[in-house]
Design a binder for this molecule. Structure first.
Ligand SMILES: NC(=O)c1ccc[n+]([C@@H]2O[C@H](COP(=O)([O-])OP(=O)(O)OC[C@H]3O[C@@H](n4cnc5c(N)ncnc54)[C@H](O)[C@@H]3O)[C@@H](O)[C@H]2O)c1
Length: 199
């Protein structure tokens, strides 16, 4: 996608950190943004930070709640750039993590991505306007320091989920790109300061 004007970016975890930074960049590029977050107070603050106006919308959403995701997709119009970015961090030695710790982190950082992609991607394809899915990773994926504990495995979601989506689309397996659609075929990897190839 080269022209962001008239496009809409939907960003989960968009009320702070990386998600908010993405929203700022997409706005600068001319897109409209819809930020979703579990924290309403943070959303209110983020909307102000983003300058409000008709290009910024916000929705409270817990990405682990599948029925809430299904409701959200009904109320949100067309999405062209999907950023399932909501995440939490829990560090410390992996051997000390409880099952609850694993469930909490994997539920948001991996399950949340699955829920959002599964809910939104079919509509993006059906709309036939192309699109882009942005999956966040981490330097910890390349150089596991041991400090990221239970937060480390979901950092592979970009390669795991993104890789099969891109490969499946290239091979014409489901989800199939629409005939004539320019998108759903290209996979980009971007790592500021890192030796990741873009392709
Ligand atoms: N900050 C970094 O340098 C960095 C680098 C690589 C990866 N990460 C990972 O990226 C993710 C986000 O990092 P960040 O620094 O932007 O954190 P952040 O806490 O600033 O932002 C995450 C946002 O996600 C929201 N959120 C949490 N659970 C949610 C849920 N269930 N539903 C909807 N929204 C939810 C939070 O309210 C928050 O606004 C984390 O998983 C982190 O481990 C961060």
């Amino acid at each position: 996608m080269d022209d962001f004007k008239g496009k809409t970016a939907f960003i989960t975890g968009g009320a702070s950190g990386i998600g908010l930074a993405m929203a700022q960049e997409f706005l600068k590029a001319g897109a409209k943004v819809m930020i979703a977050d579990i924290r309403q107070d943070a959303l209110d603050k983020a909307v102000k930070t983003l300058g409000g106006g008709d290009k910024v919308r916000a929705i409270q959403l817990d990405v682990t709640d599948r029925s809430a995701c299904a409701k959200a997709v009904e109320t949100i119009g067309k999405v062209h750039i999907l950023c399932p970015n909501a995440g939490v961090f829990m560090g410390g030695p992996t051997q000390d993590a409880s099952f609850d710790d694993w469930d909490f982190v994997l539920g948001i950082n991996l399950g949340g991505v699955v829920n959002i992609v599964k809910t939104f991607m079919p509509r993006m394809i059906a709309a036939g306007e192309g699109g882009h899915i942005v999956l966040r990773s981490s330097i910890e994926k390349m150089y596991a320091s041991g400090g990221a504990g239970v937060s480390n495995p979901p950092k592979f979601v970009g390669d795991g989920v993104g890789g099969v989506l891109a490969a499946g689309c290239r091979r014409g397996t489901r989800p199939a790109p629409r005939r004539g659609s320019r998108c759903w075929r290209r996979r980009s990897r971007c790592g500021p300061g890192l030796p990741w190839p873009t392709r």
